[in-house]
Design a protein around this ligand. Structure first.
Ligand SMILES: Cc1cc2nc3c(=O)[nH]c(=O)nc-3n(C[C@H](O)[C@H](O)[C@H](O)COP(=O)(O)O)c2cc1C
Length: 159
């Protein structure tokens, strides 16, 4: 049975909901990446957009989960300014040499998933074995069961 890590960042809980739904389907360790920078409220939103646009990095809270101990790392992020969140850009940049295999998912209001996955692929320098893009509204209204199932199938985990 492969060892799987699901690592995600979520500012308002949508990406977290997907990560938790995924974790309930597969046997995996779940880790939330936390940004030490306060991204709440209107000011947090504006600075998040700016930092994502300029591909800035941030300081993450310390984690004791070692991605190199997993066969597959599934990385989830909200789309910010048509790319990944600042915390996930930082995580991937810091851990890129420790990821054996990757898969990606994102949540977004409307679009930006393709560029997000291309940039994530570029940072880790390997193709994801599967990707999944979900809209905020469908996650909010619990309408993503089919997509989760398809993503799990594409992961091709024989448990
Ligand atoms: C700073 C910022 C920039 C965003 N940029 C985009 C975008 O370019 N495209 C899009 O479809 N949604 C965009 N969104 C919406 C989020 O991707 C969406 O609400 C997501 O589901 C939030 O996930 P979370 O609750 O896990 O933080 C943006 C949100 C924020 C905070």
């Amino acid at each position: 049975m492969p060892k799987i890590l699901i690592v995600y960042y979520s500012r308002t809980g949508i990406t977290r909901k997907v990560a938790e739904a995924l974790a309930s389907k597969i046997n995996a360790t779940l880790e939330e990446v936390k940004d030490t920078f306060d991204r709440s409220g209107a000011k947090g939103y504006l600075l998040a957009g700016r930092d994502a646009t300029f591909k800035n990095l941030t300081m993450l809270e310390t984690s004791h989960v070692k991605p190199e101990e997993f066969d597959l790392v599934i990385v989830g992020t909200p789309v910010w300014s048509w790319t990944m969140s600042v915390a996930i850009r930082t995580y991937l940049t810091e851990q890129k040499n420790k990821l054996k295999k990757v898969a990606f998912f994102c949540t977004m209001g409307s679009n930006g998933d393709k560029r997000t996955f291309i940039e994530m692929t570029g940072i880790v320098n390997q193709l994801p074995i599967a990707t999944m893009a979900l809209k905020t509204k469908q996650v909010f209204t619990d309408n993503f069961e089919n997509e989760i199932q398809q993503f799990v199938n594409e992961l091709n985990i024989l448990e």
